[in-house]
Design a protein. Structure first.
Length: 332
């Protein structure tokens, strides 16, 4: 079966609806058709400053949420990135075939350094996409389910795979991005011109999977909508309303065109109120299941240990091949 790899950073107390609708909801059904590896990428989570105690807790919370949405550790390999040393090791090799200019063109890095200032941005943040390429290439993944914001990073992964294969012999699979068209970019409720983001959005701009239902409903009620009163899908003219329709449609499975009909002649208030309920119904069980996994951290850690063991077996083999091909003397 073809292989899938994807990752998510443990950089917040909860995943948000952008993470879920853009990427995670795709992770679950892929388990039926692909061999899947899903990774909590804690190495990536230290690139922009962090608190050690908080990181450790968030790593568990991230893993618990993945189990809660339906990642099945019997069928998929669910693990924590730092448990598999080969990620950092391959990242080093790949960084030596990545151009400085090439890495400098990554827009996510540029956006973040504009915000943080180039003296505060770390070298780790700069090489972040190379580590991401290592994550994917180590497992020779064919498909990588992500949101639109990761497209450029995926492009770099493809380039590095092709370059390595050309220079050292066919070693890596060239991975394809798997991006859901309708929900590739969920936007901020308060600022519908930007994506919903763990790092950039205000608390009212994001809906967290682990939010209290009443809190999510309130955020949706205060979402920025547009002038005019018609509920129609028009991302250019009406990005706020369109975002609410996208979220509604993805969570209920109702096509957007049907929603437009349902809300004909009705006001934004109705849409927001009903969407609040839809979100609450969707998140409540995830919240409960996440808590249940967190109530037994020893069991959770055991699941992650099993995942790491399986991941290491695949990763170490690829890394050995890479080390051999680049000419490192075997350690005896
Ligand atoms: P991260 O942790 O920022 O986000 C996890 C996933 O959520 C998607 N996403 C969104 N999709 C739609 N709308 C949004 N507003 C939105 N915000 C986030 C992201 O595209 C992502 O798929 N670099 C990655 C983590 C990573 C990775 C990897 C992914 C590390 N190594 C290897 C795939 C393969 C990241 O920061 O995702």
């Amino acid at each position: 079966r073809p292989r899938v790899f994807s990752g998510i950073q443990p950089t917040a107390d909860s995943f948000h609806l952008g993470n879920y609708l853009g990427a995670l909801r795709n992770w679950v059904p892929l388990q039926d058709t692909h061999d899947c590896l899903y990774c909590v990428v804690d190495l990536h989570a230290i690139t922009a400053g962090h608190d050690p105690k908080v990181l450790r807790q968030r790593t568990r919370v991230a893993a618990a949420q993945l189990l809660a949405i339906g990642i099945d550790p019997e069928r998929s390999i669910l693990f924590v990135q730092s448990h598999v040393p080969a990620h950092a090791e391959l990242a080093w090799v790949l960084s030596c075939i990545t151009g400085f200019g090439e890495a400098s063109r990554m827009t996510q890095f540029k956006d973040k350094t504009v915000k943080q200032g180039s003296d505060r941005a770390s070298v780790g943040l700069f090489t972040y996409p190379v580590l991401m390429a290592a994550d994917i290439l180590l497992y020779r993944a064919h498909e990588v389910p992500v949101g639109e914001d990761q497209r450029q990073h995926l492009e770099l992964s493809r380039d590095l795979a092709q370059r390595f294969n050309r220079d050292y012999g066919k070693t890596f699979v060239v991975p394809e991005p798997y991006i859901l068209r309708d929900t590739a970019k969920i936007v901020d409720l308060q600022d519908p011109t930007s994506k919903m983001s763990k790092s950039a959005s205000t608390p009212n701009g994001i809906i967290e999977l682990l939010d209290e239902p009443a809190r999510s409903a309130k955020k949706i009620r205060s979402a920025v909508t547009d002038t005019g009163r018609e509920i129609v899908y028009d991302p250019e003219q009406k990005p706020g309303v369109s975002n609410l329709l996208t979220i509604h449609s993805a969570l209920t499975g109702t096509p957007v065109a049907d929603l437009e009909k349902q809300y004909e002649g009705r006001g934004y208030g109705d849409l927001k109120k009903e969407l609040g309920q839809v979100v609450a119904d969707f998140t409540a069980p995830i919240r409960e299941r996440t808590q249940a996994y967190l109530d037994d951290p020893a069991e959770l850690d055991k699941v992650l240990a099993v995942g790491a063991e399986k991941a290491r077996q695949i990763a170490d083999q690829t890394l050995r091949t890479v080390y051999d091909r680049v000419g490192f003397l075997p350690a005896r």
